[in-house]
Every structure is written in C-alpha cells, then in structure tokens.
Design a protein around this ligand. Structure first.
Ligand SMILES: Cc1ncc(COP(=O)(O)O)c(C=O)c1O
Length: 382
C-alpha cells in the first residue's frame, strides 16, 4: 500500500481534524458491551450528548454514519402514502427525499436553487395547503452548498401543525447554535465526524414526546434502525441492542468533554470568527462566495472558481504542494465551487494557512489573488 501522508491539514467539511486526546481514547482496551463498564460509558455519553443537543428528550447513540440516523428518523415515522415535506437546497436535503421515497412516502419537495436559503413563509404556505403532512425535514447546514437554513424560524412555523419536525444537524451541532427543545425539533440527527470532532462512524438521534407518539404507532421499516429496539434495550439494561462501536464511543465521550469544557456558546463564537475571517480572505482575493449572504454557514464556506481555474488542478496543488485538503463541489456544482470546512478543531492558524495556500495555488494557475491572508488576520485581530 502507498504510504498515507498524515501531515496534511484537513480543511474539508467533514470528517474533520480530531485532537490527539480523542484519538488516544480509541486505544483503550476493548470492553464487553454487556458489562457494567460499558453501561456506565454509554449512559455517560448519552447524558453529555443531551447537553450538546440541549434537550430533555431521549437520545440514542447509533453505530453507523450520519445517513443511518437520517434513515432511522424516516423509517420509524413514515408509512406508505404518508406525506413528507422535504426542504431541498442541496445534496443532503435531497437525501431525505430519497429515503422517504424508499419507504414509499408521498414526497412533497420545497426546492430552492443551490446556494439559496429556505424561507419559513414557504414552509407555512405548503403546510396550510396540506394539513395532512406527517413529517417535515430540513438540513440545518447544507454542507454541499455552504448554506445555513433558519431552523429556529422554520420550527416556529412547524410547531403549529401536526407534522413532526426532523432536522439534520450533521455538520452544525457542536459548531453552530442548535437548541433542540427551544427550536421545537422532534427528531434531531447528527454525526460524530464534523463539528463534534470525533472520528467518523457513529451518530446520534434525539426524540421528543410528540415524535414518540408517532413512532409508537408506526411499524419500523428497518430492523437494525428500529428506534423502539434501542429504547427498550436502553430502558431495561442501559445497553444498545446490537454490538456498538465501543472504541468510537470512548472517542465521542472524550470529544463531548472537550465541547462542554469549551462551552457551547464559546464554540459557536469561535466558528463565527473563523467563518468571518475565511469570507474576508476570499472576498479580498476577488473570489465570489456561493451561498447567499443571509444564509451563509458558519462551519463551511463555499466559493465559485474564478474563470479558467480547474478544480482538479487547483486542489491538486493545494494537496500535493501545500499539504492542505479542501473539498470541491458535489452534484450540479461539481467543478464549479470549492468548499472550506472550518469546524470542530479548526483554529485561527489553520484558516490563515489555508488562505495562504489558496492564494499561492491561484497565482500558480494564473489568477492573481492577493491580500487574503492580511484581510483574515485583521478580522481575527492578530
Ligand atoms: C448535512 C449532512 N447530512 C448528512 C450527511 C451524511 O452523513 P454520512 O456521510 O456520515 O452518512 C452529511 C455528510 O457529509 C452532511 O454533511
């Protein structure tokens, strides 16, 4: 196997950099998952996860990536023919539609062009026209476009209807402001590998009382992802029904400690600062941002390539010469935009280093970028 270069700066929007403290937690000896030691670990991790979700509801840790809990949310609430309103302005909003179609829901899509944010008044209009909608899905932070959807305001709308409010916070929880109970979120899903700064492979889901009423009357379409199995095993034994990723739970537990030590508010402020610096740096270089201003993410910044810059060449120089990894576009914006993740463990120096590398790579490809690092430094007060 070709040697893997571990010295690169990982600035993609997930998986993100993981602290050595969290990585080391994965080296603890494996313990049996039906032991008191594991029960204590799981219970403690769930309690910390509840603090990060900010919920009094139930929380489960699932062995599986973020898509597993998106799937779980739908498989346990949607029956054949149920109306599902999916808010779509990127790849992950679309994913909810695809999952709902798998379970034979009747999908009503509220679509926006990629780069635009969802409007609560549009959600209200559709709910008024379709009072029998059973579930509304939205992605808080559309990682594919760098758009942040207004989940608090959409929650204010959905709470006045019977529909369940399902929110994907996979690339925002632990980096941006999410308050599950205050935002009236019935099912919130997240993944370990983004703003939580833990390794990829596990995910978490929160369930409100209103969601339980629906789940209790819906037969799960999935065996592995049947929420009732997780609830019953946790309530009776404080265990998970199937063998969990013990080492990843150790790591998540440590990552949650770090988040709670920093404080959720401080953490959001740090992400805001880093996003502002990234935006200032790119704009000073004359680069056009992709997401519209009012709906810009604070965990990932997306920008359009200047005329004549080829995605593969640009990111190739960044990776091979400057050892900085950023992401390209997905789907319909593939080759047209690039995305910088500034979430989790990202700090000021990582932003400055990334902008410096971007400036140099652009210059090498004939686009005269300059002043980006200085502009970011000013924002950061350095
Ligand atoms: C907003 C969002 N939702 C869902 C997913 C899917 O998560 P996973 O790749 O962990 O299954 C991602 C991953 O990038 C994401 O960013």
């Amino acid at each position: 196997m070709k040697r893997i270069d571990h010295e690169k700066l990982l600035m993609i929007p997930g998986p993100t950099m993981v602290s050595s403290e969290v990585l080391n937690a994965m080296a603890y000896p494996i313990i049996g998952h039906r032991t008191e030691e594991f029960r204590t670990l799981l219970e403690d991790t769930v309690e910390k996860m509840k603090k990060v979700f900010i919920t009094e509801g139930d929380v489960y840790i699932i062995t599986g990536s973020g898509t597993a809990v998106m799937d779980m949310a739908i498989a346990n609430t949607v029956d054949k023919g149920d109306k599902v309103l999916t808010i779509c302005n990127g790849n992950f909003g679309e994913r909810f539609s695809k999952i709902a179609e798998v379970y034979k829901g009747e999908v009503i899509k509220l679509e926006y062009p990629w780069g635009k944010g969802a409007r609560p008044e549009d959600v209200k209009k559709i709910l008024e026209e379709n009072p029998d909608i059973k579930v509304v899905t939205v992605v808080h932070n559309e990682t594919s476009t760098g758009v942040r959807n207004p989940i608090k305001e959409i929650g204010e709308v959905v709470k006045d209807y019977d529909a369940l409010y399902i929110v994907d916070t996979i690339s925002s929880l632990g980096g941006d402001y999410v308050d599950v109970d205050k935002f009236h979120i019935d099912i919130c899903v997240t993944g370990s590998q983004k703003c939580l700064s833990a390794p990829p492979g596990i995910s978490a889901i929160s369930i409100s009382e209103k969601a339980w009423d629906v789940i209790n009357n819906t037969k799960s379409k999935s065996f592995y992802l049947d929420i009732k199995a997780y609830r019953d095993r946790f309530e009776s034994k404080r265990e998970s029904p199937y063998t969990p990723a013990v080492s990843l739970i150790y790591a998540l537990n440590k990552a949650l400690d770090r988040i709670l030590e920093e404080g959720l508010e401080n953490r959001v402020k740090r992400h805001e600062r880093l996003a502002k610096a990234t935006v200032a740096g790119l704009e000073t270089m004359g680069i056009e941002l992709f997401a519209e201003e009012w709906a810009r993410s604070i965990t990932v910044t997306s920008a359009r390539y200047p005329e004549g810059i080829e995605d593969g060449k640009f990111r190739g120089i960044l990776s091979n010469k400057y050892k900085v990894i950023i992401a390209g576009g997905q789907g319909q914006v593939s080759g047209k935009i690039f995305r910088i993740g500034h979430m989790g463990e990202a700090r000021e120096i990582h932003i400055l280093g990334t902008l410096a590398a971007i400036e140099m790579a652009f210059k090498e490809l004939g686009y005269n970028a300059s002043g980006g690092v200085e502009a970011a430094k000013d924002v950061l007060g350095m």
